[in-house]
Design a protein around this ligand. Sequence first.
Ligand SMILES: Nc1ncnc2c1ncn2[C@@H]1O[C@H](COP(=O)(O)OP(=O)(O)OP(=O)(O)O)[C@@H](O)[C@H]1O
Length: 586
Amino acid sequence: MAHTFGVDLRGIIDLLSHHLYSSPRVYARELLQNAVDAITARRALEPDAPGEVVIEPVGSSGGTLRITDTGIGLTEREVHDLLSTLGRTSKRDDLGFARQGFLGQFGVGLLSAFLVAERIRLVSRSARGGPAVRWTADAAGNYEVEVVGADAGVPVGTTIELVPHRDSEHWLEHDVVKALVTEYGALLPVTVRVGDEVVTHGGLPWAEDALGYGEQVLGVRPFDAIPVEVPAVGLKGVAYVLPSGVHPGARQSHRVYLKRMLVGDSIEGLLPEWAYFVRCVVDSSSLRPTASRESLYQDETLLAVREELGRQVRDWLVRLDATDPDRTRALLDAHHLGIKSLARVDDEMLRLVERWLPFETTDGPQSLRQFRRKHGVIAHVPDVDEFRQLAPVAHAQGMGLVNAGYAYDAEIMERLVALDGPTAARRVAPSEVLAALGDPDAELERALRERLTTAKDVLERHDCEAVPRDFDPGSLPALLVTNVEAERKRDARQVGEQADPLWAELLGSLVESTSDAAQRLVLNCRNPLVRRLAQLTDPALVELTVESLYVHALLQARRPMRPKDTAALNRSFLELLDRAVGSQKG
Ligand SMILES: Nc1ncnc2c1ncn2[C@@H]1O[C@H](COP(=O)(O)OP(=O)(O)OP(=O)(O)O)[C@@H](O)[C@H]1O
């Protein structure tokens, strides 16, 4: 024998309120949506039919909330069929596909009224004829239907009345209702009133003043407003480029309307991740909402829309680059991370980065293109600290270096090589820079090494080995580099394989060092102070000079100062001062 499932309405309402909808506030949206759909249905029969929804919150109409529409209304049969059967809807066709033009489709929305009401009363008269009908239902699943009568003066349309739960009255009061209805429905294409106040806008506010609307929505004046459109899903709107201060990890959130009804303010997944500095406000006629209508269904269509919107933002960037260099630079300043990330996979973005984004170089901040024009190749170091150490050395040798130690830099260099060939960019190993330093005069080196033996304690204290070398400019007394022996040996072998024999030999001499000190102080024998150091006889002065040179080189390398470095700085500075003042007195 066949049986039919029974449904416990209380269980279903509990499911809706705790697991489908995030808050009881959605009741306002569902009622509004049904009213608008009813007007749409009526206008399909009578194009000139009135389109108005009036909401009277608790207080203005006694202890209940009333929502009246001038829609298609319901016949007695439809009331039984559509309102009293869970999941039954008039908004799907015979094959079960959502009908064009309607907001609803699942046949459960009306139940959300039970999130705030213990009883729903509905009076309706169908535009298709027949008497007015009254339907009364409670949250336990009991309902009654009665015919009001053909001559009761009920106009075509529907009035729904909610009798609130004891603790839900505030959801139905004027201020809350007005705020909810305005938030969800301000852009709806019908007139919606809360009491006497019309809350609908009439048009799309971003179409009138995109930047002004953006400022209102974002709380800050956008950098720019890009009109976006995806006709395949009836989508139109604006992509707002944020002015600055957005973190790349920040969650993207967009304001999305479906058929002019708000879905939400923090909808994700509408733009590719790289566009983290863009926020959209869009309305679409055919993107699919989830059953709660609080987010978008993640399907192939949404993926295609995401691609297309990403493409439109990117095209805007390319246009900006071609027409407005100053704004392009300002944009890159604010959002270089997102744009760099895009440059890894997009050649036009790569060119934009190459032309406009300032990189730290031995010639000061400049674009890769500028650097390449001067040096022929983008010689880059893939680590910020390494760059800081090597930059003064390289600069002194007239060797140009680019700091490629920030996010995406290395991949950008690889892309440049892939596009423009191996001469476009080249990674520079530390040993390559050090190898360019010459051998000092033998006599001077011998004298200097003797002094360095005197200052052995100072050098040991700083875990440092001193190496005399000969290089330009003579004004630079010393350089401090990290002695990463293993890495240097590896680099040297690598460079040695590629470099000419002379270079390979120089490299070999550097690598042969057996010191396991963590740092290397490269003293410049061309520098007058270093030359004088070689002649000093007072051991205390030798120590003071070596420590001062060390501290100076440390500051030059822009390394973070550890407490013992700060102590050394104070000690040497004060002692030098003391000696200078003392000698003045004498
Ligand atoms: N104000 C109204 N005027 C006319 N018919 C209505 C009204 N409200 C509800 N109905 C009828 O009741 C049916 C069920 O409504 P309900 O809100 O539960 O689901 P839905 O709107 O079809 O879909 P969804 O669950 O996506 O909102 C509707 O399909 C519609 O036919």
